[in-house]
Design a protein around this ligand. Structure first.
Ligand code: CMC
Length: 376
């Protein structure tokens, strides 16, 4: 084909849009949201502060944060219709499908459904962030045959999530670790799911539709689904003593090891370094230290043998497990963080939109004569 000059498989290295949200230095292994290093944000900020930073451009003052948090709290309840929809799903339904359904249904029921103005989209970003968290926990409890736990107005976003999931107020240390992990997942430049949301919004489709698409994209094991796959790998290994033999066999069989490797980071994923510390503490406190030890040994062995780095989904697996999050909720939890970044990207895309429409390189047969059905 003569019109499309160059084929770039997987769009590797292609710069598809401008963004003021995330400064990702792949060679240096550094990451900042609007100029703030993610290690500082994870240690010292809350998810609410980071959402404010992403949507509104800067960290909030105390008064701004109070007002902003109150808006997020007010947006937490989900419509009865969504509860009813969860009850119609088979108990075995994948929670990511329930989440995709949630995005679509919340879109249908949103008071700004027909309004694509910047003001309405900021309101939708806030509602989606609060409501998807409630939806994840509500669906989980309904599938277990338990009553949903209504959101607690006096808890922050992260603590409230754990409360709605378990019905118990989490220890402060767990809420803090979970808060930090939501921050670390909140934004990551032009990854596959964020790009998906931007592609959808570039047609001037609405925010909820874009988010439903993003949920579909992040679910795959090469993307956010890797965290769940890491935990299944650790369970498959079973004991620290089995790690070496597992690695030898897996690499010999050219098996793809989940939670390792990255398209952009070569020297190391800075999020993994923070998550490693969080996982160590959470595993120790919960008496699940074995998973952390196993993960560290796996990391060392795979890195030594193949030079692969652990990515964000590697140490988040033992962390989430130690926090009591069911393994098939790892990816929904990642969405609960990433929704802040997705929606911030959508606000950027709508503000300076250009339809995203690349070309394909044709590899089929040359032009040929049409043959009528009766002569084929
Ligand atoms: N296990 C074994 N080999 C690997 C892995 C891995 N996890 N990752 C990369 N490689 C090898 C790959 O086989 C290839 O080797 P060779 O050149 O000999 O064929 C080389 O490294 C380059 O790999 P690639 O697949 O061409 O690189 P990519 O940029 O397309 O892949 C990736 C990036 C993340 C898809 C890949 O590293 C992978 O599949 N990792 C496992 C899944 C995973 O952890 N995904 C989460 C990614 S980070 C969080 C997120 O995006 O949500």
């Amino acid at each position: 084909m003569s019109e499309a000059p160059e084929l770039i498989r997987g769009l590797e290295g292609v710069v598809a849009a401008e963004t003021a949200l995330c400064d990702l230095d792949g060679a240096g292994g550094r990451l900042a949201y609007r100029g703030y290093d993610i290690a500082d944000l994870a240690r010292r900020a809350t998810f609410e502060e980071v959402a404010h930073l992403l949507w509104r451009g800067d960290l909030p003052t105390k008064a701004q944060l109070d007002a902003f948090s109150a808006e997020l709290v007010a947006a937490r309840p989900i419509p009865d219709g969504l509860h009813a929809a969860f009850r119609l799903l088979p108990k075995a339904a994948d929670p990511m499908r329930a989440l995709q359904l949630s995005a679509a249904m919340l879109g249908a029921l949103d008071p700004d459904a027909a309004d694509n103005s910047p003001e309405a989209n900021v309101r939708k970003a806030m509602r989606l962030t609060s409501q998807l968290a409630t939806a994840i926990c509500t669906h989980h409890r309904i599938r277990l045959g338990k009553e949903p736990v209504p959101p607690a107005k006096d808890l922050g976003h992260a603590a409230n999530f754990l409360f709605m999931l378990t019905g118990e107020r989490p220890p402060a240390v767990n809420a803090r670790a979970f808060d930090a992990s939501l921050i670390l997942y909140a934004e990551h430049e032009m990854n596959a799911s964020t790009f998906t949301t931007r592609v959808i919004s570039s047609t001037l489709s609405d925010m909820h539709s874009a988010i439903a698409g993003g949920i579909g994209a992040i679910k795959g094991p090469l993307h956010g689904g890797a965290g769940e796959a890491v935990m299944l790998t650790l369970k498959e290994i079973g004991r620290v003593e089995n790690v070496d033999a597992f690695v030898e066999k897996a690499l010999g069989a050219k098996r793809r090891l989940m939670g390792f490797g990255h398209r952009v980071y070569r020297a190391g994923d800075p999020r993994a370094a923070v998550l490693r510390g969080l996982a160590e503490e959470a595993c120790r406190l919960s008496g699940e230290g074995m998973w952390f030890e196993m993960a560290v040994r796996l990391h060392e062995r795979v890195n030594r043998a193949k030079g692969l780095i652990p990515n964000v989904d590697f140490y988040s697996a033992p962390l989430f497990y130690a926090l009591g999050i069911p393994v098939d909720l790892f990816t929904p939890v990642i969405v609960a963080g990433r929704i802040a970044g997705w929606t911030a990207h959508l606000l950027e895309q709508y503000q300076d939109n250009r339809l995203i429409r690349p070309r394909g390189k044709y590899t089929g047969p040359p032009r040929r004569q049409f043959v009528p059905l009766e002569r084929r």
